[in-house]
Design a binder for this molecule. Sequence first.
Ligand code: CA
Length: 156
Amino acid sequence: MSQGDSLGERGAAPAPAAPPTLLVVEDDPEVRLVSTALDANGYRYLCASTGREAIASAATNSPDVVLLDLGLPDMDGVEVVRAIRGWSKTPIIVVSARSEDSDKIAALDAGADDYVTKPFSVGELLARVRATLRHLSYLGEAVSSPRKAPARARFD
Ligand code: CA
Protein backbone atom coordinates (compact mmCIF):
# COMPACT_ATOMS: atom_id res chain seq x y z
CA MET A 1 0.00 0.00 0.00
CA SER A 2 2.60 2.47 0.91
CA GLN A 3 4.82 2.04 -2.03
CA GLY A 4 6.61 4.85 -3.65
CA ASP A 5 7.52 6.79 -0.59
CA SER A 6 10.91 8.10 -1.40
CA LEU A 7 11.73 10.47 1.38
CA GLY A 8 13.50 9.28 4.46
CA GLU A 9 11.57 11.74 6.58
CA ARG A 10 9.54 9.78 9.07
CA GLY A 11 9.21 11.94 12.10
CA ALA A 12 10.16 10.50 15.46
CA ALA A 13 8.08 7.34 15.35
CA PRO A 14 10.23 4.28 14.69
CA ALA A 15 8.86 2.62 11.57
CA PRO A 16 8.72 -1.19 11.54
CA ALA A 17 11.58 -1.32 9.05
CA ALA A 18 13.52 1.82 9.78
CA PRO A 19 15.95 2.57 6.99
CA PRO A 20 19.58 2.41 7.96
CA THR A 21 21.21 5.71 8.82
CA LEU A 22 24.49 6.64 7.19
CA LEU A 23 26.93 9.29 8.23
CA VAL A 24 28.45 10.95 5.16
CA VAL A 25 31.75 12.67 5.95
CA GLU A 26 32.82 14.80 3.03
CA ASP A 27 33.82 18.39 2.44
CA ASP A 28 33.88 18.22 -1.36
CA PRO A 29 31.04 18.68 -3.86
CA GLU A 30 30.84 14.87 -4.14
CA VAL A 31 28.79 15.01 -0.99
CA ARG A 32 25.86 16.14 -3.11
CA LEU A 33 26.25 13.20 -5.44
CA VAL A 34 26.29 10.81 -2.53
CA SER A 35 23.41 12.38 -0.67
CA THR A 36 21.25 12.50 -3.79
CA ALA A 37 21.90 8.82 -4.36
CA LEU A 38 21.13 7.97 -0.75
CA ASP A 39 17.92 9.99 -0.90
CA ALA A 40 16.82 8.24 -4.06
CA ASN A 41 17.43 4.88 -2.46
CA GLY A 42 15.56 5.49 0.75
CA TYR A 43 18.50 5.78 3.12
CA ARG A 44 18.60 8.26 5.91
CA TYR A 45 21.82 10.11 6.29
CA LEU A 46 23.63 12.73 8.28
CA CYS A 47 26.41 14.88 6.92
CA ALA A 48 29.65 16.08 8.43
CA SER A 49 32.25 18.17 6.65
CA THR A 50 35.13 18.02 9.12
CA GLY A 51 36.81 15.27 11.08
CA ARG A 52 35.74 16.72 14.39
CA GLU A 53 32.13 16.94 13.28
CA ALA A 54 32.33 13.35 12.04
CA ILE A 55 33.62 12.01 15.34
CA ALA A 56 31.03 13.95 17.31
CA SER A 57 28.21 12.84 15.04
CA ALA A 58 29.30 9.20 15.12
CA ALA A 59 29.28 9.34 18.91
CA THR A 60 25.96 11.14 19.20
CA ASN A 61 23.92 9.57 16.43
CA SER A 62 25.20 5.98 16.25
CA PRO A 63 24.92 5.70 12.46
CA ASP A 64 24.72 2.22 10.93
CA VAL A 65 27.49 2.95 8.41
CA VAL A 66 30.01 5.77 8.00
CA LEU A 67 31.10 6.92 4.53
CA LEU A 68 34.36 8.74 5.08
CA ASP A 69 36.47 10.96 2.85
CA LEU A 70 40.14 11.01 3.84
CA GLY A 71 40.93 14.55 2.72
CA LEU A 72 39.21 16.63 5.36
CA PRO A 73 40.02 20.23 6.23
CA ASP A 74 40.90 19.76 9.89
CA MET A 75 42.41 16.29 10.16
CA ASP A 76 43.29 13.23 8.17
CA GLY A 77 40.48 10.76 7.65
CA VAL A 78 42.67 7.94 8.92
CA GLU A 79 42.73 9.72 12.28
CA VAL A 80 38.95 9.85 12.16
CA VAL A 81 38.89 6.08 11.60
CA ARG A 82 41.16 5.55 14.61
CA ALA A 83 39.10 7.86 16.79
CA ILE A 84 35.80 6.17 15.94
CA ARG A 85 37.37 2.74 16.40
CA GLY A 86 38.30 3.79 19.89
CA TRP A 87 34.76 3.12 21.01
CA SER A 88 32.69 1.90 18.07
CA LYS A 89 32.46 -1.01 15.65
CA THR A 90 30.29 0.93 13.22
CA PRO A 91 31.35 -0.07 9.70
CA ILE A 92 33.41 2.60 7.96
CA ILE A 93 33.65 2.77 4.17
CA VAL A 94 36.42 5.10 3.04
CA VAL A 95 35.67 7.06 -0.12
CA SER A 96 38.88 8.70 -1.24
CA ALA A 97 40.73 10.13 -4.19
CA ARG A 98 43.89 8.52 -2.83
CA SER A 99 44.44 5.37 -4.81
CA GLU A 100 47.87 4.27 -3.61
CA ASP A 101 48.09 0.87 -2.00
CA SER A 102 49.74 2.45 1.02
CA ASP A 103 46.74 4.74 1.59
CA LYS A 104 44.32 1.84 1.36
CA ILE A 105 46.43 -0.26 3.68
CA ALA A 106 46.72 2.53 6.24
CA ALA A 107 42.99 3.17 6.24
CA LEU A 108 42.04 -0.50 6.41
CA ASP A 109 44.58 -1.24 9.12
CA ALA A 110 43.32 1.73 11.12
CA GLY A 111 39.92 0.03 11.18
CA ALA A 112 38.11 0.93 7.97
CA ASP A 113 36.01 -1.90 6.55
CA ASP A 114 36.08 -1.02 2.88
CA TYR A 115 37.72 1.45 0.51
CA VAL A 116 36.27 3.03 -2.62
CA THR A 117 38.40 5.28 -4.80
CA LYS A 118 37.20 8.49 -6.44
CA PRO A 119 35.93 8.97 -9.00
CA PHE A 120 33.49 6.31 -7.92
CA SER A 121 30.29 5.09 -9.46
CA VAL A 122 27.23 5.64 -7.35
CA GLY A 123 26.10 2.14 -8.24
CA GLU A 124 29.27 0.63 -6.81
CA LEU A 125 29.13 2.75 -3.69
CA LEU A 126 25.54 1.72 -2.99
CA ALA A 127 26.41 -1.92 -3.63
CA ARG A 128 29.21 -1.66 -1.07
CA VAL A 129 26.82 -0.08 1.41
CA ARG A 130 24.41 -2.96 0.85
CA ALA A 131 27.20 -5.50 1.24
CA THR A 132 28.25 -3.86 4.49
CA LEU A 133 24.71 -3.88 5.82
CA ARG A 134 24.42 -7.53 4.81
CA HIS A 135 27.53 -8.38 6.79
CA LEU A 136 26.02 -6.64 9.78
CA SER A 137 22.88 -8.67 9.46
CA TYR A 138 24.95 -11.88 9.32
CA LEU A 139 26.55 -10.78 12.53
CA GLY A 140 23.14 -10.30 14.08
CA GLU A 141 23.33 -6.57 14.43
CA ALA A 142 19.93 -4.95 14.56
CA VAL A 143 20.05 -2.99 11.35
CA SER A 144 16.63 -2.30 9.88
CA SER A 145 14.97 -3.62 12.97
CA PRO A 146 12.26 -1.67 14.77
CA ARG A 147 14.40 -0.75 17.70
CA LYS A 148 17.68 0.69 16.72
CA ALA A 149 18.59 2.09 20.06
CA PRO A 150 22.29 2.21 20.91
CA ALA A 151 22.11 -1.13 22.67
CA ARG A 152 25.66 -2.20 22.18
CA ALA A 153 27.69 -0.53 24.85
CA ARG A 154 27.46 -3.35 27.38
CA PHE A 155 30.17 -5.79 26.51
CA ASP A 156 32.51 -5.59 29.48
CA1 CA B 1 37.79 16.10 0.72
